[in-house]
Design a protein around this ligand. Sequence first.
Ligand SMILES: [Zn+2]
Ligand SMILES: [Zn+2]
Length: 245
Amino acid sequence: MKEHIYTIPVTDAFRLAAEERSCPVCLMKSKLEADSLEYTLGPSYMEDDARAETDKAGFCAVHWKKLYSMENRLGLSLIMRTHVQHIIRVIDKFRGADPVKRAGLFSRSAERAAPLSLYAGLRSIESGCCICARIGESLDRYIETMFHIWTKTPELHTLVEHCGGFCLTHFVTLLNAGPRELDERGWRAFFDTVFPIQRKSMEILEADLAWFIKKFDYRSADDPWGHSRDALPRALKTVSGIVEY
Ligand SMILES: [Zn+2]
Ligand SMILES: [Zn+2]
């Protein structure tokens, strides 16, 4: 297969997924996350553009925690300080809007609009995350690329078979994006390849879980584990898409 610079992250993830029997999109996502964490606490935090972005949106709890665990206390403190300054600016902007000063339950909408602005201003900070946003954008591009090269790349079909399909979250993502990205014939071909793989891997997972549960019965204590020993973490990975347990 001819590889282009934009297809490499996609094909690499599929190859690794086949080796690890993981969801390829989860692997793309965790690579993007690692790169984005690295970028955030790399030299970029001294650049105005990058700081303006992190000041505005901040990070979600998961990514604040991951950044904190990277042990660059100075870098994170600088990012955090300007982020807190941004929060103060937003609070000050709505200083005049006293949420207590209301006419009561039946106050007119104009009187209630101001406190809602403070809510909207802070809510956009509280619910935003620069890293989640970056991952989301890049992952959408990778998924587009995957659909784009799918028909011309039979190797991907074999690799999907080896990795056992996608996690539930990303299977749903593909079901949503596929009909938009492919024409009817292409979508049908993709679906006909992936659906049986997906169905089969869920069936195997269910059987492994059943065996794992059976092993708790003292009568089965001496039976072999078969493939059931890691059935629960595998199921968590498949159902929730979380890579590490
Ligand atoms: Zn996944
Ligand atoms: Zn996040």
